[in-house]
Design a protein around this ligand. Structure first.
Ligand SMILES: [Zn+2]
Length: 584
């Protein structure tokens, strides 16, 4: 059982645009995204995704839901698997949920201070670089200009145990240890973590300094030293150079993942601005999702040696479930002894980009590695090849790519495609067009009930204000309103009923069609802000009260005041029962 609060946190953390665009090419249109619906065949896009409300709706076939629902419907995953998949792409553990402790809350408060400390440290290191002819000579020796050094805000940490004292007179401040700048040694001695190193600030997506990478100037160990994990810096989530690379990635349609920050900077110096680096960790799903969201193509660049191929294999495994059909993932192995820095310096931009164009495809790399493990000349070898392929082919999420790989596997193993599919135990093709066939988007109903229903989605809890006895019982939108009210009443904490949580509840509702149509109408057609929608909602409520026939209204008043006769109470009860019949 997945705790409700975990699911809500997860939905707050993932971005549905991110999730959907792994499978569907989305275009921005105003505040929302639009694309061709993956659930029915269409030529003009009617599939709409709201980044603000975190749900999708297809005006053609009525498909509707949040990120979890999308993965379930599109990748054919079960509920728990869809949540797991999302959690792993968001870097979240599937836990026994633990409530946030007071220490956590205090830590959050402190983060703002830590950002300021990191910023000040960066300025200090940059100023020190200007004072160090040796560090400047080193960077120049690697072909870097002052302009590139400034763009990446490169600095220098002096060869001194406590040089940061100059920037932080309160060197004893616990926060310096907390953000990884100062190390607390044994016997309480404190010293700078980075000494005599070229300093590469690591920036968050918003451009704040969250960590540093330090490289030795000459020989020495370790060659690279990174900030430790801190409240600001989580290695598996961050990518070095992304802020600087973002525009170039968009322009080139390509993101290149290399291993070191020196590679990123050198490539930028030579005109390849779309490179980023992971930070001393293997590639994670968070890295891949982040980059695939920006780029049309992802290329990993690794050294050609055994360690490089091992790291590449790890990147492949992470990418299998994340790579969409329209965004190829490829692998570039450099000649032995070269890294991107040395290669681009020796051969220049054009030669490097030629290598990129010839980079190995994801399927090519996968099949080559699998083939190398088995002897395809023997039946036993082909059987073991099939067995080894199974786990990997099963994890390919993109339907088109999976089909292509299955065909290749079948040919190599000398079996038919159907036999391969059975042996690889593939769940049936992804669920396309499983939903109702496309129908034209009907005009919105004009009833007061419908208008109320749509606006009730503006804020959780609004539905509770509706007196359902006043609604016209025979309308489908009335029944939907009654159900919505029940959904809100059942929620343990109505304030947490965000649109994306509601989208999921609606999917299981008896009146899902009307409810999802109304939720979509408010967000994609009426386009009212929450305040606007709420005030219209209240006007409509007032209109509803006024609409009540005068006689009925008088009757209600008498019953509520306790002055009605037995006959009047009976008539009133009959009306109530009629309204009740519409409850689900
Ligand atoms: Zn559709």
């Amino acid at each position: 059982m997945i705790p409700e609060s975990f699911k809500q946190d997860l939905l707050n953390r993932v971005d549905i645009v991110d999730v959907v665009s792994r499978y569907v090419q989305l275009k921005k249109g105003g505040a929302n995204y639009l694309g061709l619906c993956p659930f029915h065949n269409e030529k003009t896009p009617s599939f709409t995704v709201s980044p603000a409300k975190q749900f999708y709706h297809c005006f053609g076939c009525g498909a509707h839901g949040n990120a979890i629902g999308f993965l379930m419907a599109h990748a054919g995953l079960g509920y728990v698997d869809a949540v797991k998949e999302l959690a792993s792409s968001a870097g979240m553990q599937m836990p026994e949920f633990q409530p946030r402790s007071p220490e956590d809350a205090a830590r959050r408060e402190r983060q703002t201070d830590l950002y300021a400390l990191m910023e000040r440290a960066m300025e200090f290191y940059r100023a020190e670089l200007k004072k160090s002819p040796r560090a400047i000579a080193y960077l120049k020796g690697r072909g870097l200009t002052g302009e590139i050094a400034a763009r990446f805000r490169i600095g220098y940490a002096p060869d001194d145990w406590q040089s940061l004292r100059a920037a932080f007179p309160q060197y004893e401040d616990k926060a310096l240890v907390e953000c990884g700048l100062v190390v607390q040694g044994e016997e309480g001695k404190r010293y700078d973590r980075f000494r005599d190193r070229i300093m590469f600030p690591i920036l968050s997506a918003r451009g704040a300094v969250i960590g540093f990478g330090g490289r030795v100037l000459g020989e020495g160990e370790p060659k690279y030293l990174n900030s430790p994990e801190t409240p600001l810096f989580e290695k598996g989530r961050e990518v070095y150079g992304l802020v600087q690379a973002r525009d170039a990635v968009r322009a080139a349609g390509r993101a290149l993942v290399v291993e070191g920050y020196m590679d990123v900077v050198a490539l930028a110096q030579f005109g390849i601005g779309y490179a980023v680096a992971t930070l001393g960790t293997a590639t994670t799903p968070v890295h891949v999702s982040k980059l695939l969201r920006l780029a049309d193509e992802l290329v990993y660049c690794f050294d050609g040696d055994a360690a490089g191929r091992k790291a590449a294999w790890r990147a492949l495994e992470v990418s299998l479930p994340l790579a969409p059909d329209n965004k190829p993932v490829r692998f570039l192995f450099l000649p032995e002894g070269d890294d991107p820095d040395s290669y681009v310096r020796a051969h220049g931009k054009d030669a490097f980009e030629r290598l990129l164009r010839d980079a190995q495809t994801l399927s090519g790399f996968l099949l080559a590695e699998l083939r190398a493990q088995s002897d395809l000349a023997t039946p036993e070898g082909r059987a073991s090849f099939l067995a080894a392929a199974k786990r990997h082919v099963q994890r390919i999420a993109a339907g088109g790519l999976r089909l292509q790989v299955v065909k290749e596997v079948a040919e190599l193993a000398r079996v038919s495609q159907q036999e391969a599919e059975r042996l690889l135990e593939l769940p049936g093709a992804p669920i396309y067009a499983k939903r109702a066939p496309a129908r034209a988007s009907a005009p919105l109903p004009l009833s007061l009930e419908w208008k109320l229903l749509a606006r009730a989605f503006a804020r959780p809890g609004l539905a509770l204000e509706i007196d359902t006895a006043l609604l016209s019982a025979e309308l489908p939108e009335t029944q939907a309103l009654v159900e919505l009210k029940a959904l809100v009443e059942e929620a343990p904490d109505p304030a947490r009923l965000t649109d994306s949580v509601l989208a999921e509840r609606i999917e299981r509702a008896a009146h899902r069609e009307v409810l999802s149509r109304a939720q979509a109408a408010l967000n994609f057609e009426l386009r009212l802000g929450a305040d606007e929608a709420e005030s219209e909602f209240r006007e409509l409520l007032a209109a509803l009260e006024r609409r009540e026939p005068e006689a009925d209204r008088a009757l209600r008043q008498r019953v509520l005041k306790g002055v009605a006769t037995a006959d009047e109470r009976r008539r009133f009860e009959e009306k109530m029962i009629a309204a009740q019949r519409n409850r689900p």
